[in-house]
Design a protein around this ligand. Structure first.
Ligand SMILES: Cc1cc2nc3c(=O)[nH]c(=O)nc-3n(C[C@H](O)[C@H](O)[C@H](O)COP(=O)(O)O)c2cc1C
Length: 308
């Protein structure tokens, strides 16, 4: 059953969404994993798992560790590559009428530009550039931590890609404001923030008088990063003119409202999908009920009051 709720209609500088709830890259696959038991077409948009030019096997095990308030992942951008993605996943997404944003990642400027051109030629309507993955050895994060490199990269991608361009920012920088401004100046339509924080999990066991350690170094995500994400979104909100999509530890309606208050125009739901894959759907309904109950006619009104 398709539920379309006009009250939640969200316009992001040219990108129209039926609601502001988006699922975050890497936490919702390519959506076919969920579509059997959730009507994914109700979700504002899904961001697909990062796609690179060629298939990637990702990092060796161990790739995941649970923490008290989230998880550490070191997947290393395992993916099927753009060619197979276009061949096998895009037709499915189109058939199911799912609004999707393609997350792209490269190791070099040329790779990003090539991906951008392929997305443009294949009529991909929205792209999120992952310049912020902390658990691959080269590329990606290096662009996202240096404003000049990022400006150059986004400018080159912008030349090839005419659709909607989101640049996904890392919190692992001194000034996210400068990085955000570089993305905006280079022609991004929006930024999303944040990607994972650098984290380390060490689980210690003492067996037969010897320590055994299980170590995962990678990106920290989930409930524990919410205050960091809110701070980054709010700092971006104070300097940028383009919309900010808030990400980081969002699990409840209260979290969504806090991100709106901080300046986010829409939000992405990440790690919680692994334990509660119906979260996005639940949040859409709860947000609509909340607006009805409190007499808000549209999201702009709600956001204005939250930010006053
Ligand atoms: C297992 C896993 C895989 C991820 N893969 C990607 C990815 O491929 N591309 C990307 O831009 N972000 C990726 N992320 C980052 C998330 O999209 C999101 O920015 C981050 O987890 C913070 O949100 P959360 O706390 O709600 O999970 C991944 C996160 C996790 C936990």
């Amino acid at each position: 059953m398709a539920v379309i709720i006009d009250k939640l209609y969200t316009e992001l500088n040219g990108l129209s969404l039926k609601n502001p709830i988006i699922t975050a890259s890497g936490t919702y696959g390519y959506c076919d994993e969920y579509n059997d038991f959730i009507d994914v077409s109700n979700i504002g948009a899904i961001v697909t798992k990062a796609i690179s030019l060629n298939p990637r096997a990702g990092n060796k095990h161990l790739r995941i560790a649970e923490t008290k308030a989230g998880m550490i992942n070191s997947i290393g951008l395992e993916n099927i590559g753009i060619e197979k993605f276009l061949e096998t996943k895009v037709p499915l997404l189109n058939k199911k009428n799912i609004n999707y944003i393609v997350n792209i990642a490269g190791s070099t400027l040329e790779e990003y530009v090539c991906l951008a051109k392929i997305c443009n030629d294949n009529n991909i309507k929205a792209v999120e550039m992952n310049v912020s993955c902390p658990n691959v050895k080269s590329g990606c994060l290096e662009f996202g931590t240096d404003e000049d490199s990022l400006y150059n990269l986004v400018s080159e991608v912008r030349k090839e890609y005419k659709g909607y361009l989101i640049v996904k920012l890392t919190p692992n920088v001194t000034s996210i404001e400068q990085i955000g401004l570089a993305a905006e100046k280079a022609g991004a339509d929006a930024v999303s923030a944040i990607n994972t924080l650098k984290g380390l999990s060490i689980k210690i066991n003492r067996v037969n008088g010897k320590y055994q350690k299980t170590i995962v170094q990678g990106g920290y995500s989930g409930a524990g990063i919410k205050p960091v994400a809110l701070s980054n979104v709010n700092r971006l909100y104070k300097v940028l003119s383009i919309p900010i999509i808030g990400i980081g530890g969002i699990e409840t309606l209260e979290d969504v409202l806090e991100f709106f208050a901080a300046g986010a125009q829409a939000v992405q739901i990440g790690t919680i999908n692994f334990t509660h894959p119906d979260t996005a759907q639940k949040l859409i309904i709860e947000l609509e009920n909340y607006m009805d109950y409190n007499g808000f006619k549209n999201l702009d009104e709600l956001k204005r009051e939250l930010r006053a």
